[in-house]
Write a protein that binds this ligand. Structure first.
Ligand code: CTP
Length: 398
């Protein structure tokens, strides 16, 4: 699907620029042509020679390079591509884009282009969390810029948190989604998935049997229809799908925070099995056996993430889909849950052990909407996901 596509790749100045060399290779393997632009700071991290050797193209670097202006002006260069990709997109580049600056070749191309733009942010976690970057992030989203990442994890600077640039194959998948003609092209969808782990002490936690299988399948199906998917996952048994922005969390509180920072989205699908309670004041030291008997655990309520998003008023996603795991009176309980939480749809399933659904490959669901209950035949979790993604595409289009 990338064959004969032209990608204008702007490489910003961050340590993640080394991953952009790999990105060029992966794009070219798929038949794309890469026209590289290296910012001055980018050239501090990767050499123009490596970039041009891998891309098999001249590297564009300077706005006032008259030869380039004679061969191909910056306006034409900015419009000659099917997609403009900025990777790594540094805090500075994001600020320039959000503010409409045009003081070097990269920022001028971004101002002059009329082709879609995808950015892969990469920066130190504090820079990412800074209110200025978060403002710019929201502005760029409002301006219709697509984004992949940043991911959470250990960073080259030694800190931990969101700010890592997405891996080259994730960026390739986001590029494919941005160039796809799928019905969810241009739509941003949030998916929560997996269990949560609620700590008792540093070595013990309370968990549940969710494998993350259904949420992962839904995220993959949405991405396949061209959606820009933000995937917030607890500690699941299976790896997240490729081509989505992944936020890994452990606890319900962390999931709640990751969901808040992913907003705004066009639709949210809440497939996670979130623990309803957490241990109040989890011990920061391992609890030891004692002759005084067993420890008493006190529980407190976790935020209901689905209900919060469903009832948030301004900024609410156009479509909010919850899941209901029930063991009896599935339709009645799920219908009541839809009303109580305020979501648009509930995908209800019977997780009684004899159904083999929790942790299994198949699912038998009932879709509850304002029109009533619609039972779907038992099918694989992938097939449920595809059907749900198609329904979501239909609802967002309508
Ligand atoms: N959910 C959530 N945050 C929570 C609990 C649940 O976002 N703290 C979401 C789940 O992701 C799912 C839906 O709410 O989409 C239903 O979760 P479920 O556990 O089945 O329902 P409960 O709210 O726990 O209701 P009950 O106790 O009646 O089963």
């Amino acid at each position: 699907m990338l064959a004969s596509k032209r990608i204008l790749l702007i490489i910003g100045g961050g340590i993640a620029a080394y991953k952009s060399l790999e990105l060029i290779r992966r794009l070219m393997e798929r038949g794309a042509a890469v026209i590289p632009v290296l910012t001055r700071a980018g050239a501090e991290f990767v050499t123009p020679l490596s970039v041009s050797a891998l891309a098999g193209e001249k590297v564009y670097r300077d706005l006032f390079d008259l030869t380039d202006e004679a061969e191909m002006g910056h306006i034409q260069l900015s419009r000659s591509a099917d997609l403009v990709v900025v990777a790594p997109a540094t805090a500075d580049l994001m600020a320039k884009m959000a503010g409409g600056h045009a003081d070097d070749l990269a920022s001028t191309l971004l101002m002059a282009t009329d082709t879609p733009v995808l950015i892969a942010p990469a920066m130190n976690v504090r820079m990412w969390d800074h209110p200025a970057t978060q403002r710019n992030h929201q502005q760029l989203r409002a301006d219709g810029i697509s984004m992949v990442g940043p991911n959470s994890g250990d960073m080259a600077c030694g800190e931990h948190g969101p700010g890592r640039m997405s891996e080259p194959l994730e960026i390739v998948a986001a590029i494919e989604a941005a160039l796809s003609d799928g019905p969810l092209k241009g739509k941003r969808v949030l998916v929560t998935s997996g269990p949560t782990h609620e700590p008792i002490d540093p070595v013990r936690y309370i968990a549940n049997r969710s494998s993350g299988g259904q949420g992962t399948a839904v995220a993959r199906a949405l991405a396949a229809l061209g959606a820009d998917v933000v995937f917030v996952t607890g500690p699941a048994d299976i790896p997240p799908p490729e081509g989505v922005t992944v936020h890994k969390v452990e606890t319900a509180l962390q999931m709640d925070q990751a969901v808040s920072s992913a907003l705004p989205v066009d639709a949210g699908v809440f497939a996670a099995a979130v623990a309803d309670w957490r241990v109040n004041r989890a011990s920061d030291q391992k609890l030891k056996k004692s002759k005084d008997g067993v420890p008493a655990l006190e529980f407190v309520q976790n935020p209901d993430i689905l209900a919060k998003v469903s009832q948030m008023g301004e900024g609410r996603p156009d479509l909010v889909v919850g899941f209901a795991a029930e063991t009896q009176d599935v339709v009645a309980h799920a219908t009541a849950k839809r009303a109580r939480k305020g979501c648009d749809w509930i995908v209800a399933n019977d997780v009684s052990p004899e159904t083999g659904i929790m942790g299994g490959a198949e699912n038998a669901v009932v879709l509850i909407t304002e029109d009533g209950a619609e039972p779907w035949p038992r099918m694989s979790k992938d097939a449920v996901a595809t059907r749900l993604a198609e329904r979501i595409a239909g609802a967002l289009a309508g």
